[in-house]
Structures are given as structure tokens and as C-alpha cells.
Design a protein around this ligand. Structure first.
Ligand SMILES: [Zn+2]
Length: 158
């Protein structure tokens, strides 16, 4: 199967991953493959569990954040993150996801968000600081451990 995406360099944002064909909502855009499991967090790591971090192989680690992303995350059978289209994606559109779909906290995020979307939050936040309304919109497209952590911390507070 030919990949439907490629790495490109743009002047404004540096490296990004762009669609080379269109995708329908619900289609898998990029298949996640775990390259290496890590003992702790790292600026290029993906969080896949409360205390589990990995490096994904290939271009998946180059996908930029957006506060209005066209992709979400679904765990595949290897435990890696597939990127799934939330809405239709057209050719040459940049593939984006919300870092909050993957990371509970914000250890390594840049302070200012550069996504340029109309609903930009201004700052890149993790799942824990994401507004409730956004969490609803992302339902089914975020790493499942985030939901588990929400439940766990809510239970501890009451
Ligand atoms: Zn933004």
C-alpha cells in the first residue's frame, strides 16, 4: 500500500506531514509503529499510558499540533497510536492532531501555539487542561488512558 502522506518542510512551521491523497472521516491516515519503549518522558516521545512513553517510528512523530485538528488517535493492536481522520482531509492539507489527545500533562510543549486556527487556545495544553467541550468533541479519538486518568483523579477528589 502506498502511504497517503509525506514529510514536507514549510517556512512558517518547519517540518510537517501532508496528505498526498484525500481521506474520508474515520479512515486510518497513518499507522503507528512503536520504535522504542522509554523509561521516562522525552520531548519527542508519545505517551501511551500513565507512565508509559514510546518513540513512534517514521513520520508520525513529525505530525504537528493543531487546536482544530483533522486527525485523532486510536490505539492499534501493538499499543501504538494510529492517526484516524476526524473529518474529511483533502490533498495537500497538513495532517494535524491535538497534543492533548495524547498527553495528559504539558511537560515539553512549546508555550505559544502556532497552529493558526480560528479556535486556537493560544497555548498548547495537555488533556488535563482541556475544556470539557473539547473533550466531548474528541470523544473516541483520544488515547484511552487519558479517560482512565480523568476517572481516577476525579474519584480521588471526591
Ligand atoms: Zn492552536
Amino acid at each position: 500500500m502506498v502511504d497517503g502522506f509525506e514529510l514536507r518542510v514549510s517556512e512558517r512551521k518547519g517540518e510537517g506531514v501532508f496528505a498526498t491523497r484525500s481521506f474520508k472521516a474515520g479512515e486510518i491516515v497513518m499507522v503507528g509503529v512503536i520504535e522504542k519503549r522509554l523509561k521516562k518522558n522525552h520531548s519527542h516521545a508519545s505517551q501511551i499510558g500513565e507512565n508509559e512513553y514510546v518513540f513512534h517510528a517514521g513520520s508520525i512523530s513529525k505530525v504537528n499540533h493543531s487546536c482544530d485538528p483533522n486527525c485523532g488517535i486510536r490505539i492499534n493492536e501493538t499499543g501504538a497510536h494510529d492517526f484516524v481522520a476526524i473529518r474529511e482531509i483533502s490533498v495537500d492539507e497538513e495532517i494535524t492532531f491535538d497534543y492533548a489527545m495524547r498527553n495528559y500533562g504539558v511537560d515539553y510543549f512549546p508555550k505559544e501555539c502556532m497552529c493558526g486556527s480560528e479556535i486556537c487556545r493560544g497555548k498548547v495544553t495537555g488533556w488535563k487542561d482541556l475544556p470539557e467541550a473539547r473533550k466531548k468533541i474528541y470523544e473516541g479519538f483520544v488515547a484511552p488512558y487519558l479517560i482512565e486518568m480523568d476517572a481516577k483523579y476525579c474519584a480521588e477528589q471526591t
